[in-house]
Design a protein around this ligand. Structure first.
Ligand SMILES: Cc1ncc(COP(=O)(O)O)c(C=O)c1O
Length: 380
């Protein structure tokens, strides 16, 4: 179907089009109100239990442990996996900084790996080159919603006795070789920040099958208080709990996840069709074994064609369209610097631009964004 035929140019267009915004409706108001009226506003309550059960089922795992945000879920994942000082954890450089920060929280050292040139997730061949006797884990990130090549990473991990953590913060609802993202490693992590596939305001979850890891995650999430002996804490724990009010929002949002995923996929397809003939512009590719959540449609703008990413962002801004640069590869940040170059991660970091990708975008808004990118690039 052509873009022109599918888009409805008569639909509304706002003066300012945000890069991301949550979609919150009456059902969300209803369930959060119910949580407030029930009096169960802290971390005990029926919505927390229901939210965890539904998340586990959506991600094909036995259990979900809801947390205060995705970063605390990542910290919990590495803590329950027993990663600590002296250990190395291989992570992609091209990701949000929380992936590496969590490695530092447990006292381990992040080792940054290169990205695949087409889907931009961690490159398993480069991971293999970076394994040392100190390597204990790999954190794979499903970047912008595209699943990492988890089978290749799983094979490497099995050969070296490593734990694989899947950072699926951006990928709830994505699919890898027929299996749901989030449940593909020994431990998985989700985020429910306001710009994510579903939101709880702030929030996250740890996904796990192993009952021993589950028990440790629950223990550490709740101050390491002995479940059978009140105020007995055998070690230092955290308060990483989610509230029942947030979980109520999450339950309502999960009811709409399939609708959100459909629209995200549609938005990416419209951008792809509308920009495919523009020289120097390429979208993140979707591998034939993957179904991305299309959390954020992100493109690369090759400056060799005369216009760079900043100029396109400036044109978008002038046209009332928000955008986001790609993540700065973490090995370039001063306090986490790693010697040696990672050319793919650096190129995507330099050239990448995320376009507005909210499920609430109207067809007229999509058309306007495409027109603005085209104007910027053809001007160069
Ligand atoms: C890949 C990735 N990991 C971790 C996080 C951290 O999640 P949160 O913001 O909920 O702490 C985010 C997003 O914010 C992310 O994009």
């Amino acid at each position: 179907m052509s873009v022109a035929k599918r888009l409805d140019p008569e639909s509304e267009r706002r003066d300012f089009i945000p890069v991301a915004e949550p979609s919150l409706g009456e059902r969300e108001v209803e369930l959060v109100t119910d949580a407030v009226r029930s009096g169960w506003v802290s971390s005990i309550g029926a919505y927390v239990t229901a939210f965890e059960a539904e998340l586990a089922s959506r991600c094909g795992v036995d259990h979900a442990v809801a947390t205060s945000n995705g970063t605390t879920a990542l910290h919990l994942a590495l803590a329950v996996a027993g990663i600590g000082p002296g250990d190395e954890v291989i992570v992609p450089s091209l990701t949000f900084v929380a992936t590496a920060a969590a490695v530092r929280y447990v006292g381990a050292s992040p080792v940054f790996a290169e990205s695949d040139p087409s889907h931009w997730c961690i490159d398993p061949e480069d991971v293999a080159r970076r394994i040392t006797p100190r390597t204990r884990a790999i954190v794979a990130v499903d970047l912008y919603g595209h699943p990492a090549d988890m089978d290749a990473l799983g094979e490497l991990a099995a050969g070296h006795d490593l734990v694989v953590v899947e950072d699926a913060a951006e990928a709830l609802g994505a699919v890898y070789r027929g299996r749901p993202a989030g449940g593909l490693g020994r431990l998985g992590v989700l985020s429910f920040y306001g710009n994510k596939l579903i939101t709880t305001g702030e929030g996250g979850a740890l996904l796990v099958d192993d009952p021993a890891l589950l028990a440790r995650a629950r223990l550490l999430r709740d101050h390491a208080m002995d479940p059978d002996r009140r105020y007995w804490h055998g070690e230092i724990g955290f308060n990483y709990r989610i509230t029942n009010m947030q979980a109520a929002l999450g339950v309502a949002q999960l009811e709409r996840l399939d609708e959100f995923l459909r629209r995200k996929r549609e938005i990416a397809a419209v951008y792809r069709a509308g920009l495919q003939d523009v020289p120097g512009v390429t979208l993140q590719s979707e591998a034939d074994w993957a179904k991305s959540s299309w959390w954020m449609t992100t493109l690369r703008i090759d400056a060799a064609h005369g216009v760079d990413r900043e100029e396109v962002a400036a044109q978008l801004r002038a046209d009332g369209v928000d955008s986001r640069p790609a993540f700065v590869p973490i090995h370039l940040l001063p306090h986490l610097r790693q010697d040696g170059s990672l050319p793919v991660a650096e190129a995507v970091g330099r050239e990448g631009l995320s376009l507005p990708s909210s499920t609430s975008l109207t067809d007229a808004e999509l058309e306007h964004v495409i027109g603005s990118v085209r104007r910027a690039v053809t001007r160069g």
